[in-house]
Design a protein around this ligand. Sequence first.
Ligand SMILES: Cc1ncc(COP(=O)(O)O)c(C=O)c1O
Length: 381
Amino acid sequence: MVQLQTTQLSLPPGMIHLGVGQPSPGLLPLGLIRKAAEHRLNQPDSSLLAYGAEQGDGYFRAALAQFLSDQYGEAVNPEHLFVTAGASQGLDLICTVFAKTGDTIFVEEPSYFLALRIFADHHLNIVSIPTDAEGLDVDALEAKLAIHSPVLVYTIPTYHNPGSFTMPQSRRERLVQLSRRHNFIIVADEVYHLLSYAEPPPRPLACYAGDGHVLSLGSFSKILAPGLRLGWVQGTPDLLQRLIRSGLVDSGGGLNPFTSGVVKSAIELGLLAENIQYLRSVYRQRLAVLQTAIRQELPGSTTFLEAKGGFFLWLKLPEGADTGILLKEARQENVAFLPGTLFSSRAGLNNYMRLSFALYEEDDLKTGAQVLGRVLKQHLT
Ligand SMILES: Cc1ncc(COP(=O)(O)O)c(C=O)c1O
């Protein structure tokens, strides 16, 4: 019988793909969504089945604003939220509305590889800015501002994908100052902000959105379930108006009113907050297991920054190592990862690889690290 595909991810049987940054099936909260959906669908109000308000259901935005205020420890105004069908869709719409073909945008090197795909779809001119253990190098960015006038600066400030680094408060503030002075919009992709496994991160860039130079992307993909296709953009009403007035929203109405209604119930029943606590405990443990296994199994010449949150470890191999070739060898042993070049906008980062601890339980993480260690030792000696 023909096997029809349901999920985006489809791995050969037995493959441990340490590159995949998605929750394992057991972490997809079917019971939680059933409860939230029952709660919402038992109400007589059918509005979630109508075309939605352009900015997103006001009651959902109110619940989300309250939730984010609690999480961030700073008040979030529902009028500063625009509902999206996930961070990817939000980013795509921001590109549609705020940039045109050939415009320059700054991205971090490395950056989220699928954001690079979205920028390519919009034919934008990408200028990459180096990063270090504290994220975006703001000095290097300032130097580039003497040459370029970006319309957008795309950054993942907290628990970076793939770098796992977090930008300290002082850099965030300098970046915001530069955005005012040079009149660019910071697109802060903050989808991992709430997934912290150690001390809390600095204030999200969302908290700097008030003066009109920051658009912060949030998503339920990492804290609830990616199949919901639900997220938000936080920014000033002036900036959000431009998204709201887009042809896409005008034609189809607000994004995902049905899911918004269900997730509103999940927030109000306390299920979202509980789920985040649960995810933190599971991922914290998986991260510890993978970090320990890597230290034990991989050659000492492989280094990485300890992750404090998010989904990823970003491994640096010695200069000259080619993770593209290594991947072919690892695949023969049923293990895979994502090679660094994917995350480069200038065909660099050949000697890096991204691993994730989100998709597998502890035994598979250990096995994956053992096999990877064996392949690397053969290749690097
Ligand atoms: C940095 C970053 N942004 C956006 C996304 C995609 O988010 P969404 O599922 O909300 O479109 C991901 C998922 O891997 C991500 O890592």
